[in-house]
Design a protein around this ligand. Sequence first.
Ligand code: ACO
Length: 427
Amino acid sequence: MSNTATLIIDGKEITLPITTGSEGERALDIARLRDETGLVTLDSGYKNTGATISAITFLDGEQGVLRYRGYPIEQLAERSTFVETSYLLIYGKLPSPAELKTFSHNLTYHSMIHEDMRHFFDGFPSAGHPMAMLASMVGSLSAYYPDSLDPNHDHDMHIARLLSKVRTIAAFGYKRRIGQPIVYPKNSLSYCANFLRMMFSVPAEPYEIDPEVVKALNILLILHADHEQNCSTSTVRLVGSSNASLYASISAGICALWGPLHGGANQAVMGMLREIQASGGNYKQFMADVKDKKNNTRLMGFGHRVYKNYDPRAKILKQMADSLLPRLGVDDPLLDIARNLEEIALRDPYFVERKLYPNVDFYSGLIYKAIKIPEDMFTVMFALGRMPGWIAQWREMMLDPKKVIGRPRQIYTGETARDYVSIEKRG
Ligand code: ACO
C-alpha cells in the first residue's frame, strides 16, 4: 500500500504523506496542504478528520471493537476495577501491585474538598441540574490549586486530586439537591464503595454496602472510561491545547458531555421509555414519529457517529441489566419496554439501512436506576466514568513535544467588505 497520495488542484500536482496507525488505520496528512495550494479542508462535524494521533483507545465501529491500551473492553469489565483501569488509561500499562497501591493511596488521601468550596453548594438553587454544579466545581478547583496553572507543573498529583475529588463533588451535589447533610469520604473504603456511601448514607441509618452494587458500579465506570476523540474529549484537548489548566480543560469537557446528543442521552432515554409507557406501549406511533423528520424525535440511546454495529459497551450493559435487576429484586417495566423497542428498531428497515444500533446510553440508565442513582445524576455518572479518559487524553497531549494550540479554519460565507452606515441613515 502506498504511503503517499497525489492530489491535483488547479492543474498542480502535490504529494501528501499517508500516516498509518498500529491497527492499520490510514490518514492523509494534510498539514502542508494550505501552504502549498492555499486550500483548507472542509469537514463539518469533523466526520472525517483525525484531530490527533493517540495511543490510548482503539475502536473499530464497523466490527464493534473497543480496547483501552490494547485490552478488550470485555476483559476489563469482567476482571479489572475502575481504579486499575484509570491507571491503565492514564499511564499506558496495567499497574504493578506497588503502583496500584500508591495510586489508590493517592486517590484515598485526596478525596476531601476545601471546606470553603463546600459553601459553594449552598449558592446553587436546590433544583439546579447536578451537571451545572459539577462543571462549576471542577473548574473552581483551579482556584484552590494555582500551581496547576503552570503547564509545566507535576501533573500526577493534580490527576489524583481530580479523580478523587470529582467523586466527592458529585456526591455532595446530590446531597445538596435533596437537602440532606453531606457525608464525608471514608478512607477505608474502595473508590466505588466510598462514592455509594457518600451518596446514600444518612445520619439516622448507615448505608450497607452491597458488593454486587459496588461491582456493577465498577463495570459501569469502566465501560464509560474512554472513547477516543468524541465531542467531550475533543473539547478537553482543544481547551487544554491553549495551556489552560487540567481542571479548566476537564470542566469544559463536562459541559460538552452534558448535551442530550452526547452523555445527556442516558437521561433522555428514560424520558422516552416513560413516554412510551404512558402511551400504553404505542411503539408503532413512536417509531412513526422517529422516522418522520418533521418531528425532530430521535430514538435516544440509538445510533452513533462511529459504531455502525452493536456498541460493545451496550452489549455488556444489556446482559448486565438482564442479570443484575432480578438479582437486586428490581422488576422495572421500563426494561421490558427497552427490550421491545430494541427488537422493533433492529428489524425496522429505517434503522437497518442507517446501521443504527443501541449505544452505551440505551441500557445504562436502567442499571443506574436499579442501583438507586437518580435520573438527573446519570450524566454526572457518565462524567465520573469518563474522567480517566479525559485525563489520559489531556496528559498525552501535554507530554507531546509537537503539541500546538488547536485552531481550525473556516470557509467564510458572509458579506464581503462594505462601509459602515450611521444609524440616522439606516432604514
Ligand atoms: N433515531 C432516529 N434517527 C436517527 C438516530 C436516532 N437515534 N440516529 C441517527 N438517525 C438518522 C438521522 O436522522 C440520519 O438520517 P438521514 O440520513 O435520513 O438524514 C442518519 O440516521 C444519520 O444520522 P446523523 O445524525 O447524521 O449521525 P451522526 O453521526 O451525526 O449522529 C448521533 C450520531 C448524534 C449519536 C445520533 O445517532 C443521535 O442523535 N442518536 C440519539 C442520541 C444518542 O443516543 N446519543 C448518544 C450517543 S453515544 C454517546 O455520545 C455517549
